[in-house]
Write a protein that binds this ligand. Structure first.
Ligand code: PMT
Length: 230
């Protein structure tokens, strides 16, 4: 690969945590800062790609030189991602998407009343799974290359390989988020990369930008040639 190995490629990246509203002043979210997704966006841009970044809640502004689209909930992120797949060559799902959302969102601030109240949660769409299904469905699959993340605290390898297969990804980046210097909020990460044949590599602790650069190299090596009709 040359110095701009992703020139002419369109890369879609999700970053940050989704926000699932309970009422106008309260929500369910998670500790994702967006740093990993932002680092991937910068690395993809530096590799020459045309980058679209779909951001949930993040701690800082999106990098320059990329097309950033702000969303709130998992449902909004699902719509923003799915509508862009036909024009996308590579999708990287670094966002931490809530698996559940409140069944009802109250129009007004919920008042304090009983000693205990219950919040009923319903399943969100699994965006990565839907991308995999879209890809394996026939029309318009355009050789889309799918990269997932797996944030795990136990049995990291088993869960990551299971997610790779179930969600029909080409690469899975496994994060043991219980480790110091890895996962949510930190400036560094420690990841292992899997493809459909098994372990590709274990990366040592590195800055999220270095991790992102290496992920871009692994993607560039595996992309089908443009126009090869795959
Ligand atoms: O943002 P930072 O603070 O830098 O932290 C980075 C990170 C820890 C958030 C990131 O490295 C990471 O691991 N992101 C994935 C977090 C996650 O939601 O993992 P998961 O194992 O729950 O989900 C597996 C994959 O399915 C992910 O690619 C996720 O984006 C996707 N998913 C999950 C649920 C859902 N409803 N839809 C999805 O698309």
């Amino acid at each position: 690969a040359g110095p701009r190995p992703l020139a002419g490629r369109s890369v879609l990246i999700t970053a940050g945590g989704t926000v699932e509203r309970i009422d106008p002043v309260r929500y369910i979210s998670n500790d994702s800062s967006g740093k990993m997704g932002f680092a991937l966006a910068e690395a993809a841009r530096a590799s020459g790609a045309d980058v679209t970044l779909i951001c949930g809640r993040t701690d800082s502004a999106a990098p320059s030189g990329v097309k950033a689209i702000k969303v709130n909930s998992a449902v909004e992120m699902y719509e923003a991602v799915m509508e862009r797949l036909p024009q996308t060559d590579v999708v990287i799902k670094a966002a931490a998407v809530a698996d559940y959302r409140p069944k009802e969102t109250a129009d007004h601030k919920i008042k304090k009343s009983a000693e205990t109240i219950s919040l009923e949660l319903i399943r969100n769409p699994d965006i990565l799974q839907s991308i995999g299904e879209w890809k394996s469905g026939n029309k318009g699959s355009n050789g889309l290359f799918v990269v997932g993340f797996a944030a795990e605290t136990t049995d990291v390898e088993r869960h990551a390989v299971d997610k790779l297969n179930r969600k029909k990804c080409d690469l899975m980046i496994a994060n043991d988020v219980s480790r110091e210097g890895a996962g949510f909020g930190s400036d560094t990460n420690i990841v292992s990369v899997y493809d459909t044949r098994g372990l590709v590599e274990n990366m040592p602790q590195m800055s999220k930008r270095e991790v992102a650069n290496r992920i871009m190299e692994l993607i560039a090596q595996r992309l089908p040639m443009k126009g090869s009709g795959v």
